[in-house]
Design a protein around this ligand. Structure first.
Ligand code: NDP
Ligand code: 2IT
Length: 449
């Protein structure tokens, strides 16, 4: 573990005490506070008015009951969350996650990360996150709809285009956003397009939003590789997950000439030395809503499914963890390093444990933290809000070129900030400080609120 500046230690102690048992939030807060040591000596004003302590405390946390009726007419109860973390830069903005592991600590860590991520985009969005411990796996469309409607019956009082703008995350894609938008529209009797992002194209969605997180991660890696005088061409890549982020990360890697040989889901991973057939993965995951193991049955040729195995055992030069938090630990990092990995970028939020991050950095592996590398999704959500506000709809090319520009800017901000603070090449430090400074400057200007 890195050390924490002695002035920041009491703040971490308060975070640990106030949020007891919330391991993921502790992990995320510790990492940011570790980076801020270099800021407080240079800019003592950020200590004024308990600013750093305030930034670690969510502005509002909402927890609610979500009752719904399943296809067997049984009443089911889930728990819903929305953590409105920080609105210094704009309305709270961040996804909604449906996964059985969801609890308040996970939503809080995600909302905390989101605050700095959104700041890095340079766009006017605050940070928030929501979700439920609802498990969408194996549910019928009707069950998903009834759940989303019940979830929105409570959530609608807390959101709005100028208040809080949710979007998708694990287990929430265009289908769920559609059901939630429909219920929001009905409850409020207004077509408020900018209240949710990730909408379908026909009712106010943005082109390139679906692709944005994965594409953005790969744009970030391209910039990072270019710093070292190299590129994707011919490089062997491994991408964990096979959901929204993973699929479009793989697509962009292939477009840039990289060779993706493995991807996964929570049951195991597939290895295809011919290169992953993305159209098949899309069919399995986006259309059939199936499992990645189906790939081997549907694909003729040279592929295999490794049930329960770790995808990080597959040798590669570029690794993109795009599934979930803490999916890549110290042992996995050692294996990747031994096998010659040169770059790792977090498409998911906090997929690498602190030990893994340190090992990569010590070994000189280029490492891109999630709050920078996966910011393309929320950035394009903010572009969707822009289109909604101006009642416009941009072409794919225009939206993607804005995304590319934003990712290049984020890369450069992280890179240059790390240099400015005496830690060249440390994108974790660069991202944390560059994001923090923007939020802190806005909070400072607004007084103690
Ligand atoms: P999806 O639900 O589309 O896909 C998630 C993928 O990760 C699935 O393959 C899933 O497998 C796997 N996964 C999820 N939980 C676990 C777990 N506990 N163990 C192993 N595998 C798991 O989600 P997204 O692609 O949207 O999100 C992936 C990550 O990217 C998350 O960390 C999310 O917070 C982050 N992110 C998403 C953005 C977006 O725009 N969607 C933007 C920025 C970050 P299975 O189907 O078996 O569960
Ligand atoms: O983690 C994330 O940045 C997201 N799930 C996307 C959030 C958004 O508002 O588009």
């Amino acid at each position: 573990m890195n050390s924490i500046d002695e002035k920041l230690q009491p703040i971490l102690s308060t975070v640990l005490h106030r949020n007891s048992g919330e391991a993921e939030f502790h992990q995320a807060a510790r990492e940011v506070l570790e980076s801020l040591g270099r800021v407080v000596s240079k800019h003592p004003e950020y200590f004024d008015e308990a600013l750093i302590e305030r930034i670690c405390e969510p502005e509002r946390q909402i927890i609610f009951r979500v009752p719904w009726i399943d296809d067997n007419n049984q009443v089911q109860i889930n728990r819903g969350f929305r953590v409105q973390f920080n609105s210094a830069l704009g309305p709270y903005k961040g996804g909604i996650r449906f996964h059985p592991s969801v609890n308040v600590g996970i939503i809080k860590f995600l909302g905390f990360e989101q605050t700095f991520k959104n700041a890095l985009t340079g766009l006017p969005i605050g940070g928030g996150k929501g979700g439920s411990d609802f498990d969408p796996k194996g549910k019928s469309d009707r069950e998903i709809m009834r759940f989303c409607q019940s979830f929105m019956i409570e959530l609608h009082r807390h959101i709005g285009e100028y208040v809080d703008v949710p979007a998708g995350d694990i287990g929430v894609g265009a289908r769920e956003i559609g059901y939630m938008f429909g219920m929001y529209k009905r409850l409020n009797n207004r077509f408020e397009a900018g209240v949710l992002t990730g909408k379908g194209l026909v009712y106010g969605g943005s082109r390139a939003r679906k692709e944005a997180t994965g594409f953005g991660t790969v744009y970030f890696v391209r910039s990072m590789l270019a710093q070292s005088g190299t590129d994707f061409d011919g490089k062997r890549c491994v991408v964990s997950g096979s959901g929204n982020v993973a699929i479009y990360a793989m697509e962009k890697v292939q477009e840039f000439g990289g060779r993706v040989v493995a991807c996964s889901d929570s049951s195991g991973y597939i290895l295809d030395e011919d290169g992953i057939d993305l159209e098949l993965v899309k069919q399995i995951k986006e259309v059939n809503r199936g499992r990645i193991a189906d790939y081997v049955e549907l694909k003729r040729g040279n592929s295999k499914f490794v049930k329960g195995g770790s995808i990080w055992d597959v040798p590669c030069e570029i690794a993109l963890p795009c599934a979930t938090q803490n999916e890549l630990n110290g042992a996995n990092a050692k294996t990747l390093i031994k096998n010659g990995v040169i770059a790792v970028a977090e498409g998911a939020n906090m997929p690498c444990t602190p030990e893994a991050v340190q090992l990569f950095q010590k070994a000189g592996v280029l490492f891109a933290p999630g709050k920078a590398a996966n910011a393309g999704g929320v950035a394009t959500s903010a572009l969707e809000m822009q289109q909604n506000a101006s009642r416009d709809s941009w072409s794919f090319a225009k939206t993607e070129s804005r995304l590319e520009e934003i990712m290049t800017n984020i890369h450069d901000a992280c890179h240059n900030t790390a240099e400015e603070y005496g830690a060249p090449g440390d994108y974790v430090l660069g991202a944390n400080i560059a994001g923090f400074v923007r939020v802190a400057d806005a909070m400072h200007a607004m007084g103690v609120i």
